[in-house]
Design a protein around this ligand. Structure first.
Ligand code: ZN
Ligand code: ZN
Length: 370
């Protein structure tokens, strides 16, 4: 009998159904590797995957924000990734060719080589060998097209795993928003990516940082203030546009970063919260809904720049890792919940706000691999 080692993964078999399953640990060749998963951040999109809002082929192992150790690595892969067995790394979610025109511009998260379809950890089904394509698992396969980064092995896992939301802050508020010293920045949505945007705005020297949220977001708005937000707005009580106008003396923000989930109203409002010549970054997905009241003339007459933001560049991941490794910011306040692998469902539902009495900011799985 072949000596095949098995591992345990949480497999999504249907909407709202995660089951523990034993799967074989694959053999590794010269160009790929195997990650021993230590922790996996829970993404907002994990909630949409869990409920079935995101159309994902099942059965599938969710989880695309892994932190872990290189368990095995082929000799070519080791050279390409610059890692050795035992190194602690974080893994980028999207698999890209590295050779197309878009990849060569440094935008590997937008790779245009779709010959094998859109390839991203947590969305490749178990039926595609070698099955371990997600980080809700003790081991995750490392495909040859993977991008990864080493991270300080002495950081607590629940802090190191924040590289993903922080990377989004560096990409969305930093690289795309182009925040400069002295700017006024409006961040709509105080979730983990909104808070990351606050940290990036502070680092860029923004003078005024306004964060908006709902009544249920009070703990997040308080943390935004602790991280350097100068103003917070509860849009359940106050109108967003008139509050921003009041705070900015009628001018609006240089940069508006829209990171709220599902709400379409802020997208229309951002045309009125942004200064003439300013920039709007749209990063919150809305379930493909249309935006009522979106008056494009407001963008024309004010020469607004509107940018969409999807993923995170390698440069933004590196900036996020550097911020974590400097240990200057108390990131422990952002991490609110850890769960063992077997409680992945509770982890997702906690981030989604489905668990009564729990107010989560960042949640992760802490995976015990022994
Ligand atoms: Zn994600
Ligand atoms: Zn490419």
């Amino acid at each position: 009998m072949p000596n095949v080692m098995n591992t345990v993964a949480m497999v999504q078999t249907a909407p709202r159904t995660l089951q523990a399953r034993e799967l074989p640990v694959p053999d590794i060749g010269d160009d790929d590797g195997l990650l021993r998963v230590e922790a996996c951040g829970i993404c907002g999109s994990d909630c949409e995957q869990f409920t079935g809002v995101l159309p994902v082929r099942m059965p599938v192992i969710p989880g695309h924000e892994p932190l872990g150790f290189i368990e095995k690595v082929g000799k070519n892969a080791a050279k390409r990734w610059g890692v050795r067995e035992g190194d602690r790394v974080v893994v980028e979610p999207i698999l890209s060719c590295g050779n197309c025109a878009i990849c060569k511009r440094g935008l590997r998260h937008l790779c245009s080589d779709m010959s094998e379809g859109f390839r991203c950890y947590s969305y490749i089904p178990v039926a595609t060998p070698p099955s371990l394509w997600g980080a809700y698992s003790k081991f995750m396969y490392l495909d040859a097209d993977t991008m990864m980064h080493k991270i300080d092995p002495t950081l607590p896992p629940e802090i190191a795993v924040l590289y993903n939301p922080l990377g989004a802050g560096f990409r969305w508020a930093g690289e795309l928003g182009g925040i400069k010293a002295g700017d006024t920045v409006l961040i709509i949505g105080p979730g983990q990516r909104g808070l990351a945007s606050v940290l990036v705005a502070v680092a860029a020297g923004a003078e005024r940082i306004i964060v908006s949220g709902l009544s249920k977001d009070q703990n997040k708005l308080a943390l935004a203030r602790r991280y350097g937000a100068t103003h917070t707005i509860n849009v359940d009580e106050d109108d967003l546009v008139s509050s921003v106008r009041e705070i900015t003396g009628g001018a609006g923000a240089d940069v508006t970063v829209e990171v709220s989930a599902y709400a379409v109203e802020p997208v229309a409002q951002s045309l009125s919260t942004t200064k003439r010549g300013g920039t709007i970054v749209l990063a919150g997905v809305k379930g493909m809904k249309e935006v009522p009241g979106f008056v494009s003339d407001l963008a024309v007459v004010q020469e607004l720049t509107i940018k969409g933001a999807l993923g995170v560049t390698s440069t933004a991941f590196r900036d996020a890792i550097a911020l974590i490794e400097r240990r200057e910011v108390d990131l422990s306040a952002m991490h609110t919940h850890s769960f063992p692998l077997a409680e992945a469902e509770t982890a997702v539902r906690t981030l989604a706000g489905e668990i009564e009495g729990e107010s989560a900011i960042a949640c992760c799985l802490l995976i015990d691999s022994d």
